[in-house]
Design a protein around this ligand. Structure first.
Ligand SMILES: NC(=O)c1ccc[n+]([C@@H]2O[C@H](COP(=O)([O-])OP(=O)(O)OC[C@H]3O[C@@H](n4cnc5c(N)ncnc54)[C@H](OP(=O)(O)O)[C@@H]3O)[C@@H](O)[C@H]2O)c1
Length: 263
């Protein structure tokens, strides 16, 4: 299809969202928010590398999108170091990085969290995004543009009563600090760095809450907007941030939570 012809039909402000010709790396793309985002990035023209541990799922998604599956345990520094070279080799230099992989490794109260679990949480949720940002940096600098989005959580902004998660909250709050610092250091290369902080969305991490009627009632009671957040509600602000539509936005943490933290 002639892309020029398609472009004629798209109003100029929406063309800012076009990612044709750009290579994007999405971690945590084997499920949930990351998988939804990978599909959306491909739909607006990006070549997408999907990164996570479950290679079977990634292979199916990469086939669907015409992208690249990169199996990697981001807790393993040696494996992490191979991600960007693989993307460079197969798709070309990455201009978009979305750090969506994340996990909560225990449900202990703060006073009981083990040192090992704290370290694991920080390694996956905070150190891996920094290391991957370092790895894409030279390619973005050479391209003269780039956009990095870190996926944090409202737990990085406020305490959530009833869900103990001290190290998770620390890791997610840390992403906002990392975001401001990288944004300032790398602005002169036109590399933008932002964080999206989701509220509650149904995924493998939160299934238990959504499966339980009391959990759903608690979510409804605490979320000002009446409708349940869907993947598309998370995806849209990320598309804004990674595309030219967001080209004057950097160093920010954008909260997408149906108003949870506005109360
Ligand atoms: N859903 C929510 O309500 C919510 C709220 C706030 C923040 N978040 C954040 O949003 C992001 C996406 O979460 P989600 O809700 O979509 O949950 P999810 O469906 O459980 O997705 C987590 C993703 O991270 C990947 N991952 C986990 N450990 C990994 C590792 N060691 N190495 C590589 N990849 C790893 C998982 O893939 P593999 O298992 O295949 O490795 C999976 O693709 C996370 O950072 C989460 O903290 C979610």
């Amino acid at each position: 299809m002639d892309r020029g012809a398609v472009h004629q039909d798209i109003p100029a402000p929406l063309r800012l969202f076009d990612l044709s010709g750009r290579v994007a790396v999405v971690t945590g793309a084997s499920s949930g928010l990351g998988a939804g985002l990978a599909r959306a990035l491909a739909a607006v023209g990006a070549s997408v590398a999907v990164v996570a541990r479950r290679r079977d799922r990634l292979a199916g998604l990469a086939d669907e999108l015409g992208g690249l599956a990169v199996g990697c345990d981001l807790l393993d520094a040696d494996q992490l170091d191979t991600v960007v070279p693989q993307v460079l080799d197969k798709l070309g230099p990455p201009e978009i990085l979305v750090n969506a992989a994340g996990n909560r490794f225990n449900q202990d109260r703060a006073e009981d969290e083990s040192a090992a679990s704290v370290a694991q949480t920080l390694t996956l949720n905070l150190v891996a995004p920094l290391r991957l940002s370092q790895a894409v940096f030279p390619h973005m600098r050479a391209a003269g543009r780039g956009s990095i989005v870190n996926v944090s959580s409202i737990s990085g902004q406020v305490g959530i009563p009833g869900i103990p998660q001290a190290s998770y909250a620390a890791s997610k709050g840390g992403l906002s600090g990392l975001t401001s610092e990288l944004a300032v250091q790398w602005a002169r290369h036109a590399i933008r760095v932002n964080t999206v902080a989701p509220g509650f969305f149904r995924s493998e991490i939160t299934d238990g809450l959504y499966d339980d009627e009391r959990g759903r009632a608690w979510l409804r009671r605490n979320t000002p907007l009446a409708h349940e957040g869907g993947v598309e509600d998370f995806v849209a602000p990320v598309l804004w941030l990674v595309s030219d539509a967001g080209r004057y936005v950097t160093g920010q943490t954008i909260v997408v939570d149906g108003g949870w933290t506005a109360r």
